[in-house]
Design a protein around this ligand. Structure first.
Ligand code: GCW
Length: 633
C-alpha cells in the first residue's frame, strides 16, 4: 500500500482542487485488497479491481495490491474528470496480460530512434537517473497499466552486454525494486553472444554444454541480485546481431536454451521475430522480405518452451505508416507471442510531425485473421491465454526520453497514453482516448483548445499517410535516419524495401504471379488481398503492381490518387497550423510556440514530400494532374 499512499499524496490534493470536492469526503474512501478489508468478494483476476459504493463509503478494492493500485488510478481518472465520488462505479481487468515497454537506450545516453532527448537511464556509460526520476517514470507507466519494461536497446553492443554482470547488477537491483513497487517487472535486452563477449568462450552455440552452463551461471547471478527479474529480450540473427544461425541451430534451439536457464526463477524470454536478410541483392526478385518472419517462425510452432514469448512486429516489414498485419499472427497456435508496436515515430514523423498512432493500432487489432474461422481478430488473439504459457499481449518501442515533456512533441504523449489504454482494453475508441488524454493533460486550458488538439490528433495518422506513402507503398524515406522523402532511397539497397516504379506502373506483386506472400494468410484473406479487385485501396501497392491508370475503388486512378493525396495532405497540415494559430490567445506562450514551431517544420516536410513524390510520378508516368495544380516538371 505504500505505493498507493505515495500516489495519493501526490495527486489527491491536485485533483480535488480541480474538481472542487470537499476534503471531508476523503474519510469515506476506503482503499485496500478485499482480504485486508475483511470482505469476501473477489474480482477473480490478479490485476483487476472494483470501485463501488457501500453505504456512505466508496471502496476501491482488488484481489492483490497492484489490482488495488490500478483501481486507484481509475478512481483518480474518474475524479479528475469530475465524476462524483458516491456514484462512482467500476469493475475492470486488463485484456492483455503482457503490457510492455521496450527502450532502445544505449549506455552512452543515446537512444536508437529516440526523438525526445537522451536516455532517461544512462549517460556516458553510467547510470544517470535519480531514484526520484525513476519513481516518477514508474508511476507514469503504471498509471497507464504498463507492467513490464526493458531499459536497454535490443541492439546490445559491447558495453551493454555487461548489464547482466556484477558490474551492473547491484545498481539494477535498486532500479528493479523501484519499478516493482509499481508492479512493473524489469527485463534486459541481452546479447546472444554474451558467452563469447563476457565468458571468453569460443562459441555461443546454444547446444554447446559450456554455453548452456555459462548462461545458467549468469542467470543464477542475476537472480541473486534481482529476485523479481523478468528475463531477456533477444534480437538474434537480425540486422547483424549474433544468433543461433551461426551454429546451424534453429531459433527454437536458441530461445529454449535461454528459457531453460530462466525457468527455475520464473523468468521468460521474449524472442524477436524480426529476422530477415538485410543483405539482399535488389536485383534478386525471388526474395521478398515481407515473407521472412513467417518463413522463419511458422514452421517452429509448437517447439518453443512455454516460457518463450515470440515478439512479432505488427507488420511484415517494419513499422511503416501503412502495412498489412503480419500473417504470423494466427499462424502460430502452440506458441506464446506478443505484438510489437512502435510508439516512437521512426517512420511516422519523428515527433516533429504529429501522428496519433492509436488510430493505426486500433485498425491493426481489429483485423480479422480468420485463424479460427471468421471473427478471429488480432485483439482476441493477443488477449487470449495459452493453457500453460505465460500468456500473451503487447509490447512497444517507447517514445520517451529525458526531454522535460518526456516525448519531444507534447502531443506524442497521447501515443504513449493511448498505447496503455488500448493494451488494457482494446475495445476502446482511439478518438475517445485522445479526448480523454487532452482533457487530463490540458485540464487548465479551454475546451476549445482541447477540441483543436483532438481534431488534429484524430486526423493526423491519415494526414501523415496522405503526404508520405501512397496506397501502402512505403519506404520512400531518407536512408539511415528515416525522416523526409527520398523516393528511391531504398530502391537499390540491400534492405529488401522496394516499390518497383517504372514508366508503366508501380507497387510490389506479392500475389501468385509475384512473391506469393499472400499465401501466408488464411482464406479468405489470401483471396481478399490477392485479387486486385478486392484488395483495399490503402494496401493496393503493397500487394500489387498496377498501371498508373488503374482505377481505384474510390473512383480515381492511381496517379490521380497520388497527386490528390499529396496536395490534400499538405493542405491539412496548413489547416493544423492555422487552427493552432487561432488558439494563440488561449494558451501559454511556451506551449504555443513549441507546437507552432513543430507544425512549421511538419509543413516544410509535407511540402517536400508532396513535391518530390508528385514530381517523381509525373516524370515516371507522364500523366498530368487533372486539376492542373503545380507539379515541378
Ligand atoms: O526499424 C529498424 C530500426 C532499427 C531497429 C530495428 C529493430 C533496434 O531502423 O533501428 O534496431 O528496426 O527493430 O531491431
Amino acid at each position: 500500500m505504500d505505493t498507493i499512499k505515495k500516489v495519493a499524496q501526490t495527486y489527491l490534493p491536485r485533483i480535488f482542487a480541480d474538481v472542487d470536492i470537499v476534503d471531508a469526503e476523503f474519510a469515506n474512501v476506503i482503499v485496500g485488497t478485499f482480504a485486508d478489508l475483511g470482505r469476501s468478494e473477489r474480482v477473480g483476476h490478479q490485476e483487476g479491481y472494483r470501485i463501488f459504493a457501500d453505504g456512505s463509503q466508496l471502496i476501491i478494492a482488488g484481489d492483490t495490491e497492484f489490482g488495488v493500485l490500478y483501481g486507484f488510478y481509475e478512481f483518480l481518472k474518474k475524479s479528475q474528470q469530475g465524476c462524483p465520488l458516491l456514484t462512482m462505479e467500476a469493475e475492470d481487468q486488463p485484456a492483455m496480460e503482457v503490457r510492455m515497454i521496450n527502450h532502445w537506450d544505449n549506455l552512452d545516453g543515446s537512444v536508437e530512434r529516440g526523438y525526445a532527448g537522451k536516455s532517461l537511464f544512462f549517460d556516458n556509460n553510467a547510470w544517470a537517473a535519480s531514484d526520484e526520476e525513476i519513481v516518477q517514470y514508474a508511476e507514469m507507466l503504471s498509471s497507464i497499466g504498463i507492467n513490464a519494461l526493458t531499459i536497454n536497446n535490443v541492439n546490445v553492443h559491447a558495453k551493454e552486454t555487461e548489464l547482466i554482470t556484477e558490474k551492473w547488477l547491484p545498481q539494477l537491483a535498486k532500479v528493479a525494486n523501484l519499478f516493482d513497487a509499481y508492479h512493473i517487472t524489469l527485463f534486459l535486452s541481452a546479447n546472444f553472444a554474451s558467452p563469447m563477449t563476457l565468458g571468453h568462450l569460443q562459441t555461443a552455440d546454444p547446444l554447446d554444454k559450456r554455453v548452456v552452463h555459462w548462461w545458467k551461471t549468469q542467470v543464477e547471478e542475476i537472480y541473486k541480485y534481482i529476485p523479481t527479474f523478468g528475463g531477456f529480450v533477444i534480437k538474434a540473427d537480425s540486422e547483424h546481431r549474433p544468433g543461433p544461425f551461426t551454429y546451424g541451430r534453429t531459433h527454437a534451439q536458441g530461445a529454449n536454451m535461454l528459457a531453460d536457464a530462466l525457468k527455475p526463477y520464473g523468468g521468460v524470454v521474449f524472442w524477436r521475430c524480426f529476422v530477415y536478410d538485410c543483405l539482399q541483392d535488389w536485383r534478386d526478385r525471388s526474395t521478398d522480405r515481407a515473407k521472412a518472419a513467417y518463413e522463419h517462425f511458422a514452421p517452429l510452432d509448437g517447439t518453443f518452451a512455454d516460457n518463450v514469448i515470440l515478439q512479432i512486429k505488427n507488420g511484415p516489414m517494419d513499422f511503416q505508416v501503412r502495412e498489412p498485419v503480419s500473417p504470423l499472427f494466427g499462424a502460430l497456435t502452440q506458441t506464446n507471442y506478443v505484438m510489437e508496436l512502435q510508439i516512437t515515430q521512426e517512420y511516422t514523423g519523428q515527433q516533429i510531425d504529429v501522428c496519433y498512432l492509436p488510430m493505426q493500432w486500433k485498425e491493426i487489432w481489429s483485423f480479422d485473421t480468420h485463424a479460427n474461422g471468421e471473427g478471429t481478430k488480432i485483439a482476441d488473439l493477443l488477449s487470449s491465454r495459452q493453457q500453460d504459457g505465460k500468456g500473451k499481449g503487447v509490447t512497444a518501442v517507447t517514445n520517451i526520453g529525458n526531454n522535460q515533456n518526456w516525448t519531444g512533441h507534447p502531443f506524442a504523449q497521447a501515443n504513449l497514453y493511448g498505447y496503455g489504454q488500448l493494451a488494457w482494453n482494446p475495445e476502446q475508441c482511439p478518438r475517445k482516448i485522445a479526448e480523454e488524454w487532452a482533457k487530463r493533460t490540458y485540464a487548465h486550458l479551454s475546451a476549445e483548445v482541447r477540441q483543436t488538439i483532438c481534431s488534429i490528433l484524430k486526423r493526423s495518422w491519415s494526414v501523415y499517410e496522405a503526404y508520405t506513402a501512397p496506397l501502402g507503398v512505403g519506404w520512400m524515406v531518407n536512408t539511415g535516419h528515416h525522416y523526409g522523402p527520398n523516393v528511391n532511397g531504398y530502391e537499390y539497397s540491400p534492405w529488401g524495401t522496394y516499390h518497383f516504379s517504372d514508366r508503366n506502373g508501380l507497387g510490389v506483386d506479392r500475389t501468385k504471379t509475384g512473391s506469393n506472400y499472400i499465401s501466408q494468410y488464411k482464406q479468405p484473406v489470401t483471396e481478399l488481398y490477392g485479387n486486385v479487385a478486392t484488395c483495399p485501396d490503402e494496401l493496393l501497392l503493397f500487394f500489387h503492381h498496377v498501371p498508373y491508370t488503374h482505377m481505384l475503388k474510390s473512383g480515381k486512378t492511381v496517379i490521380q490518387h497520388i497527386y490528390d493525396a499529396h496536395f490534400e495532405g499538405v493542405e491539412e497540415v496548413e489547416a493544423f497550423l492555422e487552427a493552432w494559430e487561432g488558439q494563440k490567445e488561449a494558451m501559454p506562450d511556451g506551449l504555443y510556440m513549441h507546437v507552432k514551431e513543430r507544425f512549421e517544420a511538419q509543413l516544410a516536410n509535407a511540402r517536400e514530400w508532396r513535391d518530390q513524390v508528385n514530381t517523381y510520378y509525373y516524370r515516371m508516368s507522364g500523366i498530368n494532374d487533372e486539376r492542373g495544380r503545380t507539379i515541378y516538371k
